[in-house]
Design a binder for this molecule. Structure first.
Ligand SMILES: [Zn+2]
Length: 123
């Protein structure tokens, strides 16, 4: 029997299904509610490049840059699904999503964004 406190979520990233996992109810303003579906919207190209679908639940839309577009803030990782404020969600990533996160972060680290300014001091 499935746990009624857990909700399935399907990860669709760049048009591909990357797996299913589950997330527990969330405490919002003193009430437990089902986790929301999420859509990742790129503010540069307007693509919804990823969706995390919780069946029957409405979408929250996050303004997050796709892999093709560099955010203006150097510590933002373009194409990452990770949400700084949502540890439980980040820890719920299925294996394929985690593997993709490793690649996306490696890509980011390879670029000179953090080396040039942050280590040498910006000017
Ligand atoms: Zn984009």
């Amino acid at each position: 029997m499935s746990n009624p406190l857990l909700h399935n979520q399907d990860f669709w990233v760049e048009g591909k299904f990357l797996g299913r996992s589950s997330r527990p109810l969330e405490l919002v303003h003193g009430r437990y509610i089902a986790p929301q579906s999420m859509a990742y919207f790129c503010p540069t190209c307007g693509d919804v490049w990823a969706r995390v679908v919780v069946p029957g639940e409405e979408f929250a839309v996050w303004s997050m840059y796709c892999r093709k577009h560099q955010p203006p803030f150097r510590l933002c990782v373009a194409g990452s699904l990770r949400l700084d404020w949502h540890r439980e969600f980040n820890e719920s990533f299925p294996r394929e999503v985690l593997l993709r996160e490793v690649l996306v972060h490696a890509d980011w680290a390879e670029k000179d964004y953090w080396r040039s300014d942050l280590l040498r001091g910006s000017n």
